[in-house]
Design a protein around this ligand. Sequence first.
Ligand SMILES: Nc1nc2c(ncn2[C@@H]2O[C@H](COP(=O)(O)OP(=O)(O)OP(=O)(O)O)[C@@H](O)[C@H]2O)c(=O)[nH]1
Ligand SMILES: [Mg+2]
Length: 220
Amino acid sequence: MTDPTDPAGENEAKRLEAGRLLFAKECQFVAGAATEDMLPELDLTEVAFAGRSNVGKSSLVNALTNRNTLARTSNTPGRTQQINFFNLGDQLHLVDLPGHGYAKASKQKIGIWTELVNNYLRGRSTLRRVLLLIDARHGLKVTDREVMDMLDVAAVSYQIILTKVDKSNQSDVKSLTQKIEAELAKRPAAHPETMLTSSVKGIGIEALRAELASLAEEVG
Ligand SMILES: Nc1nc2c(ncn2[C@@H]2O[C@H](COP(=O)(O)OP(=O)(O)OP(=O)(O)O)[C@@H](O)[C@H]2O)c(=O)[nH]1
Ligand SMILES: [Mg+2]
């Protein structure tokens, strides 16, 4: 759709180029924190990938950075068991979180991860935005709304990212997006627009790179 404030699409082209440039930079694993005292220094702007187990957080980090094995992925919910930090070109930390909610792990382990993740999300001063990933087939679940409530209370900015859109038909994805936007509109703060992605098909990846580049640039 043509943006009336950018009829020739020049700003959009610039945004996409900034995304391409940022994500062409080297991306390196920095730290895996299983406890709060293992979190790295507060030296870079951070964007965190949150959401239920198996929603595709680690896959999205890999798709964005164009690396198959940077973040480990699996069919089994509960693959990521610590907070993994990746340094992208010394400009941004991409933060891959363990899943909220159901995972094939013990109750005790899930409790420990949930507390670690929630404390990170609520209390990290360099955390610029949380990408809350939602499986496009399933929509918002109780645990997602709990995370949204927590972030609203903590005044942390979050953006809904629908994942695995390759597995749904377009009209279902469209109506889910509208439903989510309507729900977001009732919440206390404004939230960036919901984005649609598929790590497998590469859908929405360029657009999300551009979005994250704009966050990396806004430091200061
Ligand atoms: N079809 C399809 N499958 C996907 C997509 N993204 C991820 N998957 C698959 O979904 C499964 C889970 O992906 P992960 O990236 O490990 O999910 P996660 O959210 O990191 O999971 P946890 O670390 O367990 O919380 C894997 O089998 C992926 O191959 C996608 O866009 N499309
Ligand atoms: Mg993972």
